[in-house]
Design a protein around this ligand. Structure first.
Ligand code: SF4
Length: 293
C-alpha cells in the first residue's frame, strides 16, 4: 500500500507533516479532545493546504495490553429478563435482539434498523449501521451519528466526512473500496451529546458482530469517546495514542475525531503520526499472517 502524498495536501497539514528524518515528540501531546463534542459540521477557517514534503511512518513500539475493565461484552444481556436490564434499556425491545451473534450482514443491518434496545431509538431519524467494503482489512470506528448522519443514515458525512476521506486517501484507502466505517452506537444521541454507558452497552453486540463478520486486520478508533468505549478505559486520548491496543483481538490504533481536527490544525500532524502507526501495524499484521501460512 502506497502512501498518497498528493492527498496529504487536502488535509491542510502543510509544514506540520512529520518529515523524513524528523523525530516525533509524543510528549508534546498535551491537548486532549474536548469533553463535549462540538458541532460536527464546523468548517475549518484555518485550513491551509500546502505542499507535503517527504515523510516516513513511525514505527510501532510494541503491542500493549488492551485496557479492558468494567463491563464485559453484552451479548448475553439479550437473554435477560426486562427487570434485569440496565437503565436506559427500552422495555419494548428486551427480547428482540437475541441471536445477534449468528446474524449475517443483511440480517444484522435489518435488526439494527428496527432496534429499540435503548432510548436513542426515540429521536433518531435513521439508524446508521455502517458503510463500506464488507471484506475490508481496515475498520474505522467513531462514537455516534451526528445530525447529518442521522438524516442520511451514513457515518461521517459533511465536512468531517470529507476530512476523513482525505485521511483515508493519504493511505490509499477509500470508504467504498477497502475500508469499513461504523460507530459505537447506531443512533444519534440528542443534541450530539456523548452516548451514555448504558446506551453503549446495549448497542455493543451489533458492533461486536460487525467486527466478527468483517474480520478486520486493523481498527482505527476515531476520537476519545470511541476509544474509551472500545477499550473500556477512562484514559485520555493523549495517553491512548501511539500504542497498539486490542478490541476483539484486533489491533486498534487511536487517533482524533475528524470533527475535532477540523478545529485543531496542530493536531492534524499528530493524526498523521497515528495513521502512519496504523499503516505500519497493518503491514505487521499482514506479515505475521503470511508467516503463519
Ligand atoms: S443506539 Fe443501538 S441499541 Fe440503541 S436503539 Fe439504536 S441500534 Fe438500538
Amino acid at each position: 500500500m502506497a502512501l498518497d502524498e498528493a492527498a496529504l495536501e487536502t488535509l491542510g497539514l502543510g509544514t506540520m507533516w512529520v518529515r523524513r528524518g524528523a523525530s516525533v515528540d509524543q510528549s508534546a501531546t498535551t491537548v486532549d479532545e474536548p469533553q463535549q463534542r462540538a458541532p460536527r459540521e464546523a468548517v475549518p477557517a484555518d485550513a491551509v493546504p500546502a505542499r507535503a514534503a517527504g515523510f516516513e511512518p513511525v514505527r510501532a513500539t510494541g503491542v500493549g495490553p488492551a485496557e479492558r475493565h468494567g463491563r464485559e461484552p453484552a451479548v448475553g444481556d439479550f437473554d435477560r429478563a426486562p427487570s434485569a436490564m440496565p437503565d436506559g434499556a427500552h422495555p419494548a425491545s428486551t427480547w428482540e435482539a437475541g441471536g445477534v451473534a449468528t446474524l449475517d450482514w443483511d440480517a444484522l443491518e435489518a435488526r439494527v434498523s428496527a432496534c429499540e434496545r435503548c432510548r436513542l431509538c426515540e429521536k433518531r431519524t435513521k439508524t446508521v449501521f455502517g458503510v463500506g467494503d464488507r471484506a475490508a482489512d481496515w475498520m474505522l470506528i467513531g462514537e455516534a451519528p451526528g445530525e447529518n448522519e442521522d438524516k442520511q443514515g451514513e457515518p461521517f458525512v459533511g465536512q468531517a466526512g470529507k476530512l476523513l476521506d482525505s485521511m483515508l486517501r493519504a493511505l490509499s484507502l477509500a470508504r467504498d473500496e477497502n475500508v469499513y466505517i461504523a460507530n459505537v452506537v447506531k443512533c444519534r444521541p440528542p443534541g450530539n451529546r456523548n452516548p451514555e454507558p448504558d446506551e453503549v452497552a446495549r448497542c455493543e453486540p451489533y458492533l461486536q458482530r460487525q467486527v466478527a463478520l468483517l474480520k478486520p486486520k486493523l481498527i482505527i478508533a476515531l476520537g476519545r469517546v470511541a476509544a474509551q468505549n472500545l477499550l473500556k478505559t477512562d484514559a485520555s486520548i493523549s495517553s491512548l495514542r501511539g500504542r497498539v491496543h486490542r478490541y476483539e483481538e484486533v489491533p486498534v490504533i487511536v487517533t482524533y475525531h475528524p470533527a475535532y481536527l477540523l478545529r485543531s490544525l496542530p493536531d492534524k500532524a499528530k493524526a498523521w503520526v497515528d495513521l502512519c502507526l496504523a499503516h505500519d501495524t497493518y503491514r505487521q499484521a499482514i506479515a505475521e499472517e503470511q508467516a503463519r501460512q
